[in-house]
Design a protein around this ligand. Structure first.
Ligand SMILES: [Zn+2]
Length: 125
């Protein structure tokens, strides 16, 4: 299986195209519950990055393969299938308490992801 770079790029485009109206229409009371609905954020089965990196194969008995996981290639302590839970841009999505805050956090997450692509030598989407 290839790494999750295509899903990574698709998620960047998704994060950059989400609108305030879409967030308001799907508002679940806080940032991470709302993004869970919109993109599968923070949910290993629904998360498109976890899917593309083989999370399902992993839970049925495989070993995590860090080479398929873009985040672990730039941050050695990022565990596969955690999508960098500890990072600041991730936490800002989790703690967003208004749709406006969440939109800002999602856009910042996309910028952060673009930096990771550059760091790893991939083209921007
Ligand atoms: Zn994930």
């Amino acid at each position: 299986m290839k790494n999750n770079v295509q899903a990574f790029k698709a998620l960047i485009r998704r994060y950059e195209s989400i609108t305030l109206e879409e967030i308001k229409q799907n508002w679940e009371g806080d940032g991470d519950d709302t993004m869970r609905v919109l993109t599968g954020f923070g949910h290993k089965i629904k998360c498109t990055l976890c899917q593309a990196a083989g999370y399902i194969q992993f839970i049925v008995g495989g070993m995590p393969d860090c080479t398929k996981w873009l985040y672990t290639l730039v941050q050695s302590d990022a565990h596969p299938y955690e999508c960098m839970r500890g990072s600041e841009t991730y936490q800002n999505i989790e703690k967003a308490s208004t749709p406006e805050e969440l939109l800002k956090a999602v856009r910042q997450r996309a910028q952060y992801m673009r930096k990771i692509l550059t760091k790893l030598g991939y083209k921007q989407p």
